[in-house]
Design a binder for this molecule. Structure first.
Ligand SMILES: NC(=O)c1ccc[n+]([C@@H]2O[C@H](COP(=O)([O-])OP(=O)(O)OC[C@H]3O[C@@H](n4cnc5c(N)ncnc54)[C@H](OP(=O)(O)O)[C@@H]3O)[C@@H](O)[C@H]2O)c1
Length: 242
């Protein structure tokens, strides 16, 4: 018997990385999992890996009409984990403002849109976990717009926790530090990635990146701890404590 037996879980960004690890954990605990991403082939592969009857639905969460269609097919959603997103890096005077707007469209408004269309399907006792990043709390060079986004997601999570408590819905935010082994789509080239990794590891007290399964552990805690709400859970090897 699993801790999430019979629960209906929707995990956006579930085709790779953090979302995939969370989807695997939820499915292994008995949840009926639907993963969401833009690329069907990624989802097909992930569904095979997850097993347990998981389903993949190709949706761009930056498009409200697609998100509306996605949730229209559900009678009930018990767990919503919104991990879909990309990253954009660069100096403030070099990244075009439109690039940050595009980032917000998928990664911030995608999460807001999922909440908007999922909440009417969420019974008392259900839970939402948003996904931000420690840049919402720790200053990060060349990530001004992304830091603003993470802070905005944290604020939205706290506001929704207060707003939805009366409906019995818990809301929390998963805030990853540096997590390796994900697809990690961004505008950084291979050399810039190596440089970014080296600069970042210096700031992490544990001197190593985390793994997607660490985020899955955190997500499982948020899914099952009935008194956890309004939290921003930094999973960051001590980064934000230093
Ligand atoms: N890894 C880290 O160190 C880290 C740190 C802080 C924050 N984060 C954030 O955590 C989240 C998960 O990251 P990750 O590292 O696991 O990255 P990842 O492996 O690239 O996963 C992101 C997933 O989101 C999907 N996606 C992206 N945009 C989408 C959209 N508009 N609609 C639907 N699906 C979309 C991607 O699939 P498709 O391309 O097929 O759509 C991909 O499977 C991201 O928001 C990321 O920015 C990651």
């Amino acid at each position: 018997m699993g801790a999430l037996d019979g629960k209906v879980a929707v995990v956006t960004g579930g085709g790779t990385g953090i979302g995939l690890a969370i989807a695997e954990r939820f499915a292994s605990e008995g949840a009926n999992v639907t993963i969401v991403g833009r690329r069907k082939e990624r989802l097909d592969e992930a569904v095979k890996r997850i097993g347990h009857g998981a389903v993949g639905v190709a949706v761009d969460v930056g498009d409200d009409a697609q998100v509306k269609r996605l949730f229209a097919d559900f009678d009930r959603v018990d767990i919503l984990a919104t991990c879909a997103g990309t990253a954009t890096f660069g100096p403030i005077d070099q990244v075009a403002p439109q690039a940050w707007r595009d980032l917000f469209a998928g990664r911030f408004f995608g999460q807001l849109s999922c909440c908007h269309f999922a909440v009417p399907k969420m019974p008392s006792g259900s839970v939402i976990m948003l996904c931000s990043g420690i840049a919402g709390e720790a200053g990060l060079t060349n990530y001004s717009g992304g830091s603003g986004l993470c802070g905005a997601v944290n604020a939205m999570g706290r506001a929704l926790a207060v707003e939805l408590a009366v409906r019995g819905i818990r809301v929390n935010v998963l805030s990853p530090g540096l997590i390796a082994g994900t697809a990690g789509e961004s505008n950084l080239g291979p050399d810039e990635r190596v440089q970014f990794l080296a600069q970042t590891l210096i700031r992490i007290p544990m001197h190593r990146p985390g793994a997607p399964r660490d985020m899955a552990d955190a997500a499982f805690f948020l899914a099952t701890c009935q008194y956890a709400s309004g939290m921003v859970l930094n999973v960051d090897g001590g980064w934000t404590a230093s």
